[in-house]
Ligand binder design. Structure first.
Ligand code: DQA
Length: 144
């Protein structure tokens, strides 16, 4: 079965209690369950991780590049300024879909810039947790 990493950046572990008006009432645990269930339906072995640490996220992107593993990535605030993350993504060897729960383009000006979008395969934003479902579907189809 094809493996997929679903990687999440800072503050996403606090989903449910974090700004529920923006990110909804469901928890990170709920997101993990949704991604795993979606993966099962698509025949993908999905592993979901979250970190608040830029270095750890970069390390996971390297791991995916070395293993030719597709990635669904919500870089959270790193989206807007992490050139280290962008340089890591540039080394990808399989599809990588950037996802966002909210639509950053409809929010504060600093969120309008993604320094990673240009090196991702594509971006899905603004569909709540469904952004992850759509990204997993895109990866399943890209693979087939
Ligand atoms: C986010 C959007 C980012 O601007 C923000 O910093 C996040 C979450 C989203 O999923 O909507 O932490 O990536």
């Amino acid at each position: 079965m094809r493996s997929v990493l679903v990687l999440n950046g800072p503050n996403l572990g606090r989903l449910g209690s974090r700004e529920p008006d923006v990110y909804g009432a469901l928890s990170f645990k709920d997101l993990v369950a949704l991604c795993e269930e979606t993966g099962r339906g698509l025949g993908l072995a999905v592993e979901v991780r979250q970190t608040d640490d830029e270095a750890e996220l970069v390390k996971w992107i390297h791991e995916a590049a070395d293993g030719r593993v597709p990635v669904v990535l919500n870089p959270a605030a790193f989206t807007h300024y992490s050139y280290a993350l962008r340089d890591a993504i540039s080394q990808r060897t399989a599809p990588l879909v950037e996802v966002h729960i909210s639509n950053p383009s409809a929010r504060e000006e600093f969120r309008h810039t993604s320094v990673v979008a240009a090196v991702a395969t594509g971006t899905i934003a603004g569909f709540g947790f469904q952004s992850y479902v759509l990204a997993l579907r895109a990866i399943a189809e890209a693979d087939s």
